[in-house]
Design a protein around this ligand. Structure first.
Ligand SMILES: Nc1ncnc2c1ncn2[C@@H]1O[C@H](COP(=O)(O)OP(=O)(O)OP(=O)(O)O)[C@@H](O)[C@H]1O
Ligand SMILES: [Mg+2]
Length: 423
């Protein structure tokens, strides 16, 4: 493998987004002013994944290698460790609660003197993970939502406060252990140290959502090739996340079946001519279709093809609405919906989404990282770029799976860091 000439210093982060249609490797540098700059990016079509599952391991490893290699060449850095993304039908979320009594050992009239310490908080968060999981599942993320001290609610940082009881409310993301282990092995087989796995839409959210959106309520919908990931934010925390096992490739399949053409041609037609709203496509503008086995010449209008596309996208949006309704944040999605992922680039998709979902909708393109304008400006890059911010900006602070070398001290440092960043 041709590698960059410089080794990966401590300020260099590498993210590998392993999607169903492409593998994208991003190399970023944490600058002195705490901003992140993109140094290199490599993107390779993926055929080794389907719906978030590895279907062809050798091909996947080869594609990861190529994506890493091309990012290395651009950045002139040799990749030594990386954080990777994943999605898939096997991913589930659950909101849980963990509580600790704060007055152990004190006399009743000294109760109010007990000051909440980092250890109390850690204990509450640890207890929130005491859920019974199927044998083949593991916790991928532990994302704090808020803390309660006695009856006081919505506390983001209870350290230093006093009370009798501390309760942690957290959002757990749960994934199949084998899926995580197998992705980890693929990366390690290339001699790259594994730094952790991130659920794809959580990575995307770091470069697409702003603080007001996360606070006042928004849903991020990441439309990939085989999956559509839904993440609901409110009160500065993730309230709900899920994976719908249908993505933008289903539109390509529909076009191929309806017009009796190959998938590659159908993909071209989708990107060039299709509109998510048929009424915004012209019945007069026609394009030629490939001739089938010496049959007659065929052509179809942009309007006609867009009718199939609109029907499929409406179906996907109905499923999104169903997922949002499970989040129990009715009336709290002030900022509506943000669409990201490659599938969000379909023409007039935001117009269709606004009409179907009855909410404000905008396109989520990557931001918050310098140097992306020329090389990675589109929504399909959001997950890879978000991975570059994960270590410094995410609020995830447990991990039984990420790295077995993680110690309690690491976890507490992370909690401490999170709170320092928060205030
Ligand atoms: N300009 C475009 N117009 C319409 N669709 C597009 C466009 N560009 C990409 N797509 C579609 O976006 C999808 C790929 O999106 P993305 O790269 O986010 O997927 P992925 O991350 O590899 O997949 P997944 O998240 O499901 O694992 C494909 O279905 C592709 O056809
Ligand atoms: Mg994706």
């Amino acid at each position: 493998m041709k590698r960059g000439t410089q080794s990966q210093g401590q300020n260099i982060t590498v993210g590998i987004d392993i999607g169903s249609s492409k593998v994208c490797c991003a190399i970023g540098e944490l600058m002195a002013d705490k901003s992140t700059k993109l140094l290199g990016i490599g993107i390779v079509p993926s055929k080794g994944m389907k719906r978030g599952n590895i279907v062809h391991r050798d091909q996947l490893i080869e594609q990861i290698e190529k994506a890493v290699q091309s990012a290395e060449m651009m950045a002139d850095i040799s990749v030594e460790r990386a954080i990777i993304s994943m999605t898939g039908e096997h991913i589930r979320c659950i909101n849980t609660v963990g509580a600790v009594a704060l007055n152990k050992g004190s006399s009743p009239n000294l109760v109010a003197e007990h000051t909440i310490m980092l250890e109390d908080l850690e204990k509450a968060v640890e207890l929130s993970q005491a859920v019974s999981l199927p044998i083949d599942k593991d916790i991928l993320h532990v994302l704090p939502q808020e803390f309660l001290v006695d009856t006081l609610e919505f506390i983001k940082n209870p350290i230093g406060m006093t009370g009798r009881r501390l309760e942690a409310r957290v959002h757990l993301v749960i994934a199949a252990t084998a899926a995580m282990q197998n992705l980890k092995n693929c990366v390690e087989e290339l001699g790259i140290d594994f730094e952790g796995i991130v659920f794809q839409p959580l990575a995307s959210s770091l470069v697409t959502l702003n603080d007001d959106e996360k606070n006042l309520g928004v849903t991020l919908v990441d439309i990939g090739a085989h999956t559509t990931d839904v993440t609901v934010y409110n009160g500065d925390a993730v309230r709900y996340s899920s994976v719908i096992p249908i993505g933008a490739n289903s539109i390509t399949n529909d076009i191929a079946v309806m017009l009796q053409i190959g998938l590659d041609t159908a993909e071209d037609i989708k990107v060039k001519y299709a509109s998510a709203k048929a009424s915004m496509a012209s019945p007069e503008l026609k394009f030629d279709l490939p001739v089938n086995n010496g049959g007659p010449k065929r052509s179809i209008s942009e309007h006609e093809v867009s009718r199939y596309v609109e029907a499929r996208m409406q179906e996907i949006f109905q499923l999104v609405v169903r997922e949002i309704s499970k989040a129990d944040v009715k009336g709290k999605l002030t900022y509506g919906i943000i669409l990201t992922g490659g599938g969000a680039q379909l023409k007039n998709l935001t117009a269709l989404a606004e009409e179907t979902l009855g909410m404000k909708v905008r396109l989520g393109v990557p931001s918050r990282i310098s140097g992306i304008d020329e090389v990675a400006p589109n929504p399909e890059y959001t997950a890879a770029l978000g991975l570059l911010l994960w270590k410094t900006q995410s609020e995830d602070y447990n991990h039984s799976f990420h790295n077995s070398a993680i110690t309690i001290k690491d976890v507490s440092n992370k909690v401490g860091k999170w709170f320092k960043e928060f205030f």
